[in-house]
Design a binder for this molecule. Sequence first.
Ligand SMILES: [Fe+2]
Length: 133
Amino acid sequence: MAHLEWQPAFEVGHSRIDSDHQALVGAMNQLYEAAHQGQDKEEIAKILNFLRDYTVTHFATEETLMIRHNYPAASDHFAAHAELILQVSDFIADYRTGNIVGVDVMLGFLETWLMNHIQGRDRDLGAYLQGRD
Ligand SMILES: [Fe+2]
């Protein structure tokens, strides 16, 4: 049972961005399930790394689209992405050193961040990109 159910209402109207977001939600659900099925630390660390790498790739995809189409709010959006990557990297570093706040706390943070980001900045970007690619 997925922790966070993907909904059509999350779509921002750009197929590549929407499929990336759906994959990110999928990876978060995988993390939730791994943590609650008592998977070992190594398995959880693998999912965390995947989540971070996928996020980096996805942000680069959005940033390329912003540059290509001269998106006016690009610098704020870039800054929000950079901030999140730093926080995820901190979470992973803490997890590795055993100084863990807990996967649930991490997931709660990520879910809140992603949902706010998708329904705010990414929705604006999706609207801007309509008919532009
Ligand atoms: Fe974004």
